[in-house]
Design a protein around this ligand. Structure first.
Ligand code: SAH
Length: 459
């Protein structure tokens, strides 16, 4: 994060703007609207300032002097003289007074974001001062997304905050209450401008068990997070991630994806990477049950798809037995994600009529698989968890009839920014993974479709 966002209360706070042109006018207007007591130092004032703001500001009609700097909460320099702007910045920073110099990020100790203003709701967008045009573009999009009546809903929530604390002393219960309000007809009333009805419905909600009763039991959402690129999440995955109280996640789930979960959701790492299981599967199953019984909404976030080598089945079996409500959200499995990002179609009319997914981990150094079925030149074979067993896998496939020249691809860290694709043959790959120092997670793809990669790699 380049800048740390904060919102400053300027009500009745002395603020200084040096400069009185059109740019200064915009800054003055905004600070006035936040309730600041404005002083403006400038020999001249633009028409806008004179007509619109003169009676609301203290105007000192002269040049800036060093001694002007003291006593302000915020200072803005918006003159067209770079030396004056620099001087204002230096003096303010020497006194630790936050200062903004318009269009000169290197002289600023704070920058002003693009704003979407909905009364008590303020949405601020910043690109760290680096791309204001993009900030404005984003702002346009957010403006379109948030109906202007949001301010009414937010105001009502603000006005009822203390009441909610009294009626619903438990924080989780309170959050659920407000979630229900926001998801349902009460929000609809406010958002369509029917404020009186909204207020009545809200008052009634505080009396209604439908809104206030503490749900005895929580819910578990088994969510597929895809292979790594956050853009590959589903809408439903994102929605549930943003509602949960707790998230249990694996080693395969990237930080970028984890950061899309609700900010104050608790995170529990139950990582699994080969033998090094942070929490054994039975422990995970029990933890899901325990958290749900405490009334929590739990996201169990898994790499790829929960039902493909994800042990999702075992987890929900336990939930089913314990009568805990659950949902499963499919994710893009790594076979799909990696093959697509590597430019390898898993089926192709001229190359492969079927595709088989297998788990390639070894048991006691031995891959116990149906080799005669797998060694089929007209199908694509996708092997999960196969890196360690790769030499054995190549050997067995050759032994059961595949050509030594059959192409094979390794996709390392598929769909992530540091994705690597290695192409070889069943004969050469065992050596190649050593020289290239291939790291997990990796997906193996065997079949003649791999020969298309050179042509179709689009990333
Ligand atoms: N449920 C997951 C698979 C879990 S098993 C899914 O549907 O994808 C773990 C294996 O998935 C890893 O050993 C690796 O073979 C594969 N895998 C997961 N993410 C990957 C990625 N980003 N790149 C390459 N392989 C990946």
């Amino acid at each position: 994060m380049q800048n740390y966002p904060i919102f400053v209360d300027l009500k009745n706070q002395p603020c200084l703007v040096v400069g009185g042109g059109e740019v200064a006018a915009r800054k003055i207007r905004l600070q006035l609207s936040a309730g600041a007591k404005m002083t403006v130092i400038s020999p001249e004032l633009s028409k806008t300032v004179r007509n619109e703001m003169l009676d609301k500001i203290k105007h000192l009609p002269r040049e800036f002097q060093d001694s002007d700097i003291k006593g302000y909460r915020l200072i803005t320099a918006a003159t067209d003289d770079p030396d004056v702007n620099r001087r204002v910045s230096e003096l303010a920073q020497s006194l630790n007074i936050p200062v903004n110099v318009v269009d000169q990020p290197e002289l600023c100790s704070f920058i002003t974001p693009s704003i979407v203003d909905r009364g008590v709701v303020t949405i601020a967008i910043s690109t760290g001062g680096g791309a204001p045009v993009m900030a404005r573009d984003l702002r346009g999009k957010v403006e379109a997304l948030i109906p202007s009546n949001y301010s009414h809903m937010a105001q009502a929530m603000k006005d009822n905050r203390e009441k909610a604390k009294t009626v619903l002393p438990d924080e989780d219960q309170r959050r659920r209450f407000w979630d229900k309000v926001l998801e349902g007809e009460i929000a609809e009333l406010y958002l369509t401008g029917r404020l009186e009805q909204g207020a009545q419905a809200l008052a009634a909600a505080f009396e209604s068990t439908e809104y206030t009763k503490e749900d005895g039991i929580g819910e578990v959402w088994l969510v597929g997070a895809g292979p790594g690129d956050p853009d590959l999440l589903t809408f439903r995955a994102l929605r549930l991630m943003q509602q949960c109280d707790v998230v249990l996640h694996d080693a395969l789930v990237s930080d970028e994806i984890l950061n899309l979960c609700r900010r104050d959701a608790d995170r529990i790492y139950v990582g699994k990477r080969r033998a090094n299981h942070a929490v054994p599967q039975e422990g995970i199953n029990q933890l899901l049950v325990k958290l749900a019984k405490q009334g929590k909404r739990v996201v169990r976030l898994k790499g790829g798809d929960p039902f493909i080598f994800g042990r999702g089945g075992e987890e929900i079996e336990e939930l089913f037995e314990e009568k805990i409500p659950f949902q499963v959200v499919p994710g893009i499995t790594s076979a799909s994600g990696c093959a697509t990002y590597a430019g390898i179609p898993l089926t192709h009319r001229d190359h492969a009529q079927s595709v088989t997914f297998v788990a390639g981990h070894l048991k006691d150094g031995y891959a116990d698989l149906d080799w005669p079925h797998l060694a089929n030149p007209s199908q694509t074979l996708v092997i999960y968890m196969g890196l360690i067993g790769l030499p054995v896998i190549c050997e067995k496939l050759i032994e059961h009839g595949l050509s030594e020249d059959m192409p094979i691809a390794i996709v390392e860290k598929g769909t992530r920014p540091d994705q690597r694709v290695l192409i070889g043959t069943l004969a050469t790959m065992p050596e190649l993974i050593k020289t290239e120092k291939v790291q997990a997670p990796t997906l193996i793809i065997v079949g003649s479709v791999v020969s298309l990669q050179g042509k179709l790699s689009w990333m």
